[in-house]
Design a protein. Structure first.
Length: 141
């Protein structure tokens, strides 16, 4: 004897698990990666504005969360900027406002992080002249 209600497989909307799975698969087939990347950037910016206290909410600002959102947006921006077209300026402006709010907060970057504007030594694009020739350069020879 089963203790499950008769409609245990039906979800709130009246769909069976199979119908729900089919609808989910159809949605995954329709969604493009570009859409998710853009949605993620917008979500990060909106959440960071809230965490910085820029939306007038009553919660205490959390600038560690703001920093993480700024870092995430900066990492994704080169991927989504070409897709945004003229809206890219709005995204860059929102990011700049968050960076200014973070700087004004006096929050310190995590230990070991390069200060803004100092990204460390440039990464080499491959082996140097000696490495590309396969020979070792020795001074005086």
């Amino acid at each position: 004897m089963s203790t499950d209600p008769p409609d245990a497989e039906a979800n709130v909307e009246g769909l069976t698990e199979e119908e729900l799975r089919a609808a989910y698969e159809a949605e995954l087939a329709r969604i493009r990666v570009e859409d998710i990347l853009i949605q993620t950037v917008v979500s990060l910016l909106n959440l960071a504005a809230r965490k910085a206290g820029l939306t007038g909410g009553e919660e205490e600002p959390d600038f560690e969360q703001v920093r993480q959102a700024i870092d995430g947006t900066q990492a994704l921006l080169p991927l989504v900027e070409p897709m945004l077209g003229p809206d890219a300026k709005q995204v860059r402006d929102a990011l700049s406002q968050l960076q200014m709010a973070y700087a004004r907060s006096g929050a310190k970057p995590p230990a070991g992080a390069a200060p803004p504007g100092e990204q460390g030594p440039p990464k080499s694009e491959g082996p140097g002249p000696a490495g590309s020739s396969g020979r070792l350069w020795v001074p005086g020879q």
